[in-house]
Design a protein around this ligand. Structure first.
Ligand code: FAD
Length: 484
């Protein structure tokens, strides 16, 4: 049996019984989804519009083209969440990981690839699989007779398909600038400086009156901060991004700063309705607020801090905020054109559109961020669709695994905001803040000495990775959680 020809594939070739599943988009996620469907013995048609129609970023007709960097980031599966996702995908027979491993180029601890070799390997494997048919065409709307479809058309989904998805989901827009505010790990915020309180202690629907973390600034700190924002190095928009509109109320923080030194103090940094319990007599001149971002309460986003500042500049400047001196960022801010669904509202736990369950979504269009994350969501969508077609129960990966943590963020664990303004669900890379906390955090080294600081943090990550891989192996072995 050749690689990619499982027992299920062999059976399906001898006795083809099923209608195909249709995958739209042959990028990172669609290619992986098609591969997983075929591995599970179900025929699949992969519809890719290139080269008949290009996107603004793709340059070739190859499947799984990497549009920018050639790095799949850290390959350390002992202490790094993206490295862990790599390893989990390898254990799940990922075509993307197999092709990355066989086209690796030297890049220290990162897994970087020869982009042409990587895409060629995936294109060849898909073309050679007897259960996969590739059709080069743009799909403007999934035909109603297709009873099982995976939409994996990515951040640059063609406008016609984006419009038809928009109509199906009743969303006003799908293509716009992501206004990404930075996200901070809760346990890296200094709560001897910051405090929990909602403005005017308002509980609002579903709140407690103490839902935000507040970081106070005096006048000198505020003015230095505004000056740093204006002086900081920014990234430029791509030519084709320039025509995409901003969401109302979504200006980059540095653009607000440029409008006048007082602008931020009357906008996202206004100090009203809040009292610092560490120093109740002193009125803060400005206050930075962070809002809970996931149900676990491990991640908080900095409210209104969408920005085009370069990543290094963000880390440097945001760590001047009192209470955030040692902040660890799960994600840094950004603004770029994207197409993605409000997935926690629109998708069920197996990535189906609740309004039209014959459609599943995969990849960046679900609101994950990154090549590997997109492929991993494609992997899960492919397995779910194949199991459904075969009449088997759908098994969710445990939330303690990188796959489960990512799926959980996309389909439900993100907390919607009670405030007016742009929707709060924003694209996310995999990171440890998405994982359920450990029952017990390791505090001793094997030799019995007490762990401190960075050693303790590394031990915690190691324990999370070990737990994830053990739970993944059990899931693969059949001890799984059935979707409701
Ligand atoms: C400019 C840019 C740079 C990026 N840089 C990076 C980076 O450096 N590192 C990183 O990790 N992530 C990066 N990303 C984010 C993201 O990881 C990638 O976009 C990733 O390729 C997403 O995978 P995907 O499968 O969801 O979409 P894609 O890989 O984009 O695949 C979607 C496929 O669908 C096809 N398609 C679109 N519409 C239709 C249609 N109607 N019918 C048929 N086919 C269609 C497209 O041609 C494409 O082949 C970048 C994104 C953009 C836009």
């Amino acid at each position: 049996m050749s690689s990619g020809q499982t027992q299920a594939t062999q059976e399906a070739i001898q006795k083809p019984i099923q209608e195909p599943i249709h995958v739209i988009g042959g990028g990172l996620s669609g290619s992986e989804a098609a591969w997983q469907i075929a591995l599970n013995g179900v025929p699949v048609v992969l519809h890719e519009m290139r080269p008949l129609r290009q996107t603004d970023a793709h340059r070739t007709d190859g499947l799984a083209e990497l549009v920018c960097s050639n790095s799949l980031r850290s390959d350390d599966h002992g202490t790094n969440a993206i490295g862990l996702l790599h390893e989990e995908m390898r254990r799940l027979n990922s075509l993307v990981m197999r092709s990355a491993d066989s086209n690796q180029v030297p890049a220290g601890g990162a897994l970087a690839v020869d982009r042409d070799g990587f895409s060629a390997a995936i294109t060849a494997a898909i073309a050679a699989h007897p259960l996969i048919e590739v059709v080069r065409e743009e799909i403007a709307a999934p035909p109603t007779e297709w009873d099982s479809v995976i939409v994996a058309t990515g951040p640059l989904t063609s406008p016609a398909l984006a419009a038809s998805i928009g109509a199906m989901t009743n969303e006003s827009a799908l293509a716009f600038f992501d206004a990404i505010a930075p996200i901070v790990h809760r346990d890296s915020i200094d709560m001897t400086v910051a405090w929990f309180q909602s403005r005017y202690d308002k509980a609002g629907p579903g709140g407690t009156g103490a839902d935000y973390i507040n970081c106070p600034m005096d006048r000198a700190q505020y003015e230095a901060f505004v000056a740093a924002l204006i002086a900081g190095d920014k990234t430029e928009f791509h030519e084709w991004e320039k025509s995409t509109p901003y969401f109302d109320g979504c200006l980059p923080i540095e653009v607000m700063a440029e409008r006048g030194v007082e602008t931020l103090r009357h906008g996202p940094m206004k100090p009203v309705g809040l009292t610092n319990p560490h120093d109740p007599q002193t009125k803060a001149y400005a206050i930075v607020q962070l809002r809970q971002d996931n149900k676990l309460g491990t991640l908080f986003n900095i409210v209104g801090f969408q920005t085009k500042l370069k990543h290094g500049e963000q880390t440097r400047i945001f760590r001047t905020i009192p209470g955030l001196e040692r902040a660890e960022f799960a994600r840094l801010g950004g603004l770029h054109r994207n197409t993605f669904l409000n997935s926690p509202k629109l998708l069920d736990e197996t990535l189906r559109l609740t309004a039209a369950p014959r459609l599943r979504f995969a990849g960046q269009i679900t609101g994950c961020e990154g090549y590997v994350e997109s492929a991993a969501v494609g992997l899960m969508a492919g397995r779910f669709a194949a199991a459904e077609r075969r009449g088997e129960p759908l098994m969710l990966p445990p939330k303690t695994t990188a796959h489960g943590a990512l799926l959980s963020y996309i389909t439900g664990d993100h907390i919607g905001t009670i405030d007016a303004g742009p929707r709060s669900y924003q694209p996310m890379n995999v990171n440890f803040g998405l994982f359920p906390p450990l029952a017990q955090i390791p505090n001793k080294a094997p030799d019995g000495t007490r762990l401190r600081g960075p050693e303790k943090a590394a031990a915690k990550k190691r324990a999370m990775c070990a737990r994830a891989l053990a739970d993944l192996d059990q899931w693969i072995g059949g001890s799984r959680i059935a979707a409701e």
